[in-house]
Design a protein around this ligand. Structure first.
Ligand SMILES: Cc1cc2nc3c(=O)[nH]c(=O)nc-3n(C[C@H](O)[C@H](O)[C@H](O)COP(=O)(O)O)c2cc1C
Length: 192
C-alpha cells in the first residue's frame, strides 16, 4: 500500500520516435518501482522537448517542471536510446537542466540513487550508452545503482502492448528499480 512516506521516484527518458522503446522500457521500470513501494512520476519525450540548455536563461514551462521534479525526487531512473554509440542529444539536453539545482542544499542528483537504462539496436551501443549514463550520474553527484540495464532491442523487442518477452531483461529492470527504492528508503534526508 502506498503511504505518504512512499519514496518518490522520478523517471526521465525516452526518445522522440513515436512508440520509443526507451520510453516504454522506462514505464516498465516505473511500474516495478511502484511494486517495490514507490510513487512515481514519468517525464517522457513529450515533457522533455526543451530548448537547448542555456546556463544564463531562466528555466520555465516544461523545463521548470523537470527541475522541480528533480528537486522533489527521492530516487531517479533514466532511460536513453543509444544514438551513434552513446546517450542521445535529446536526453543529454534534458539532463543538462540539472545545472539549475547547482546552488540547492541538495544539488544535482546528490543523495539519490539513480538507475540507468540504455536501449539500442545492438550490444555495443547499449552497453556504451549505459556506461555513459553512469558517468553523467557520477558527475551529477548521484549514486548509480549496482544494477544498470543495457537492452539490445534486437534481442528484447516489445510487443505492441509494450510487454517485454525477455525474462532476463524483466528481472534486471525489477532489480534495478528495487535498488533505487531501497536506497531512497534508507536515506535519512528524504523530504517527507
Ligand atoms: C540517430 C540514431 C542513431 C542510432 N545509433 C545507433 C547506434 O550507434 N547503435 C545502435 O545499436 N543503434 C543505434 N540506433 C538505433 C536505436 O538505438 C534503436 O532504434 C533504439 O531502439 C532507439 O530507441 P527508441 O526506440 O527509444 O527510439 C540509432 C538510432 C537513431 C535514430
Amino acid at each position: 500500500m502506498m503511504t505518504n512516506s512512499s519514496p518518490r521516484i522520478l523517471g526521465i527518458g525516452g526518445g522522440t520516435r513515436p512508440g520509443s522503446s526507451a520510453e516504454r522500457y522506462l514505464q516498465l521500470a516505473l511500474s516495478a518501482a511502484e511494486k517495490a513501494g514507490a510513487t512515481t512520476t514519468f517525464l517522457g519525450a513529450h515533457s522533455l522537448r526543451l530548448p537547448l540548455y542555456e546556463p544564463s536563461a531562466a528555466a520555465d514551462g516544461a523545463a521548470q517542471q523537470l527541475v522541480e521534479e528533480l528537486r522533489r525526487a527521492d530516487g531517479i531512473i533514466i532511460a536513453s536510446p543509444g544514438y551513434h554509440g552513446t546517450v542521445s542529444g535529446f536526453m543529454k539536453n534534458a539532463l543538462d537542466y540539472a545545472e539549475e539545482t547547482r546552488s540547492d542544499k541538495r544539488p544535482y542528483f546528490s543523495e539519490r540513487a539513480v538507475g540507468c537504462m540504455a536501449v539500442a539496436g545492438g550490444w555495443q551501443a547499449a552497453v556504451g550508452t549505459m556506461a555513459s549514463l553512469r558517468e553523467i550520474v557520477h558527475a551529477l553527484r548521484g549514486w548509480p545503482t549496482p544494477m544498470g540495464v543495457a537492452i539490445n532491442i534486437a534481442e528484447a523487442p516489445l510487443d505492441p502492448a509494450g510487454t517485454c518477452q525477455s525474462t532476463s531483461v524483466i528481472q534486471q529492470i525489477q532489480l534495478m528499480a528495487s535498488q533505487v527504492v531501497e536506497f531512497a528508503n534508507l536515506s535519512t534526508h528524504r523530504q517527507l
